[in-house]
Design a binder for this molecule. Structure first.
Ligand SMILES: N[C@@H](CCC(=O)N[C@@H](CS)C(=O)NCC(=O)O)C(=O)O
Length: 219
């Protein structure tokens, strides 16, 4: 018998939380959305800081377990629902590459991209946690050129994390839309989960803008 779990996703549209929502859609599990309007600063209010003291989304609560950080959320949720087939099992030889890509995302890719965006001098290859921006991006390109997914033929939760991240990083010019990246984004962007969440995000983001504008006008 499948256990029913109570799942809440702390969410804001068109943010890093979008990927976590896409994952929940792919896992085909019921969940509640707790939406925060970042345009009015709800993520910095005490109620949400009690969930994540960093004031960042996504966060997920499953029964009594609270998880923050995209990589941790992807790892936990895809393992919790193995029937969706999005996570190689612990003893599967693919597990290593799967974990590697989930962790490279938060430990190397994001710091590299943020340093690049901020035009910060990252230091020498051995001083940064990611060697160099170019080495991270080139490694990703080499892997995706072989493709079609990060683990080759096997599609996993890591592809949802990376596919969506490439969408926003290429959109903002933080990563060059190399042909291998574009082809990967196209492959992943066709998924019904992404289409659904993107459409709902656009509507939600417009509502948030309007609410923030009203607040500003009233102040
Ligand atoms: N390290 C976090 C970063 C999450 C993050 O930066 N979220 C942004 C939205 S894209 C956020 O919540 N920003 C709100 C704020 O800082 O006020 C993760 O990977 O989950």
């Amino acid at each position: 018998m499948t256990q029913t779990r109570s799942i809440t996703l702390f969410y804001s549209p068109q943010t890093r939380a979008t990927g976590a929502r896409v994952l929940l859609e792919e896992l085909k599990v019921p969940y509640d959305l707790q939406v925060l309007n970042m345009k009015t600063g709800e993520q910095r209010q005490p109620a949400y800081l009690a969930i994540n003291p960093l004031g960042k989304v996504p966060a997920v609560r499953v029964d009594d377990t609270l998880v923050t950080e995209q990589g941790a959320i992807f790892l936990y949720m895809a393992d919790l629902f193995p029937e969706a087939g999005l996570a190689p099992a612990l003893t599967d030889p693919d597990r290593g590459a799967y974990l590697r890509w989930l962790f490279i995302y938060g430990s190397c890719f994001e710091p590299a991209v943020v340093d690049y965006y901020m035009k910060r001098e990252p230091g020498s290859l051995n001083e940064t946690p990611y060697a160099s921006y170019a080495s991270v991006i080139d490694m990703l390109e080499e892997t995706l050129k072989k493709g079609p997914f990060l683990l080759g033929e096997r599609f996993t939760a890591a592809d949802l994390l990376w596919g969506i991240a490439l969408r926003w990083t290429t959109m903002f010019g933080l990563v060059e839309a190399r042909p291998a990246f574009q082809a990967y984004m196209d492959r992943i962007g066709d998924r019904a989960s992404i289409q659904k969440v993107s459409a709902e995000d656009a509507a939600m983001a417009a509502e948030h803008e309007a609410a923030a504008a009203l607040l500003k006008a009233a102040s």
